[in-house]
Ligand binder design. Sequence first.
Ligand code: NAD
Length: 531
Amino acid sequence: MYRILITDDLSPEGLAILKAAPDVQYDVVKRPPRQELLGRVHDYDAVIVRSSTPLDAGVFTAAPHLRVVGRAGVGLDGIDVPAATHHGTLIMNTPEANTLAAVEATLALMFALCRRVPQAYASLRAGAWERSKFLGVQLSGKVLGVIGLGRIGSRVATRCQALGMEVVAYDPYISEEVAERLRVELVAELDELLARSDVITVHMPLTEETRGMLSEAQFARMKNGVRLVNCARGAIVDEKALYRALVSGKVAGAALDVFSEEPPHSETLRALLALDTVVATPHIGASTIEAQQDASVQIVQGVLAALRGEGYPHAVNLPFANGADYQALLPYLRLAEKVGSLQMQLVRGRVGRVEVDVRGEEIATQVKAITVALLKGLLEPILKETVNYVNAPALAAERGIAVAQVHGEESEDYPNLISCRVVSTQETRLVAGSLFSRARPRIVQIDEYPMDVQPVGNVLIIASRDVPGVMGRIGTILGNHDLNIAEWRLGRTAPGEMELSFINMDSPVPDDVIREIAASGTVMDVRQVAL
Ligand code: NAD
C-alpha cells in the first residue's frame, strides 16, 4: 500500500483516481501547521501539495519513507529541491496543466488592452456613455512580437495568426525547425523584434538572464505606440521603465497579469496600476476550472506512476532527461542496475572510480540515464532503499566515487552493450551486460570471461581451474545439502586455464556450504550474490 498525504485542495477528479486505486491509502489534511506536518509526514510515501504548503529540509528529514512530492501546479518556490534530492525524494509538478489557461488569459488581456474593455466597462458602470472615447485598435494586420516561444508563447503565436496577425518571435533556445513548423519568423536579435512589433508579449521564465530584460534601452528601441502584454513573470519587465514609457506615450498601453511584487504594494506598482493605459489582473493566468482539474489529475497520475516505478512525468530533480520514451528505456535501466549491483557485490576494497561504456543505437543518447541506473545498482547492496534515481549520483559523489563515461569500440557481437569497469583500492573488475530482444537482460562478460547468463535471484560465482571434475564436486556438495541448481553456465579463458561458473540457485546458499565449496580443491574463489 502506498500512503499519500494531501495537504491542499485537490479537485474531486484527482481524488477519484486515488479512491479507485487498489494500492493507495490517502489522507487529506489541509494546510497543516509546520509542527503538525513534521509529526505526520513520517508515515507517508508521497505528499501532494499546492503552493500553500512549504516543504523545507526539516520536513524531508522527518519523512524517512517519502519518495515523491507532487506539486499540483508549476512553481516550486516553497519546496527545498536540493534537500529533497539529497533525501532521494522525487519532485514533480504539472507545467502543462495551465498552458491553455495562460494562453487564453494572454489573449483576453490583449483584446482588453486594444479595445480598452475594462476602462469602457468602468465608464459605463459609472453612468457615462462615451463611445468616441474608447476608440480601439485592431489586432488583424498588426505585427505581434512573441518573446519566448515555449508552450505558452507558441500557442499564443498560432492563435494570433488566426486573428490575421503577422508573428515574429525571439527565443535563442529553440530551433529554426520549431519556428518553421509554427510558421513563425524567428529573429536572431531581440532588437529586431522590438523594432518591428505593434504588440509585444513575453512568455519566458524568470531567470537571471530574463530579469529586467525589457528595460529603458529596450523600450527606446520599440515602435512608438507599441502595446505590451506580460502574462509570464512581473520582474521580466523593469516596471519603473515601463511606467516612464507609458507616461511618455512611447508605450500606448500595457496589460499585466503578473508583478515583481505580488500583491503589488510598492509605490512604482501602485503608480503603474493607476495609469489609464494599464489593464491588469491579479495573477489569474492559470485560474480556470479546467486548469485546476488538469493539475489535480495530472499530479495524481504522475505521483502514482512514480510510486509504482512506471514513469516519472515532469520530474524536476531526476538527474537525467525524462522523456516519453521511458518505457522503452526501462529494460536498459534495469539491466544497468543489475550490472552495477553485480559489480558492487563482486569487488573487493573501496570503490574509487566507475567507468561506464554504453554502446548501441537505441541507447547511445541515454548514457546519462544508464549511468544513473548503474550507480543506483552499485550503491543498492550497501544503501538498500535509501538510494534511487534521484540521489544516486549525489550519494556516489559523497562516497568519493568518481564516475566517467567512456566510449570504446562498437560491439559486433551485441546490438547493445552496457559495460562497467570498477576500480577499487584492491582491484579492477569489469562486468558487461546486454539486452536481448529488447526484453531479456544478460550478463555477457565478467572480467576476462565471456558469459551468457541471467542476472536473477541467488547466484554462486565460482572461479576455478579448468580441470575435469570441478562441476561434479561442486554439484555433489550442493546436492548433499539439498540445494537445487536452476542453471549453470561456464565461461573460460582458454582450455586448461581458468573458468568461471555462474550458478543460478533456487535458494540462498548457507555460509558453511560456501566454505565447503571453497575448500574443495581447484576452486580459487566463491562468491554469492543476490540479483
Ligand atoms: P516554457 O518553458 O514552455 O517556455 C519558455 C520559453 O522561454 C522557452 O522556449 C525558452 O527557450 C524561452 N526563453 C528562455 N530564456 C529566454 C530568453 N532569455 N529570451 C527569450 N526566450 C527565452 O514555459 P511556458 O509554460 O510557456 O511559460 C512561460 C511563462 O509563463 C513562465 O514564466 C511561466 O511562469 C509563466 N506562466 C504564467 C502564468 C500566469 O498565471 N500568469 C501561468 C502559467 C505560466
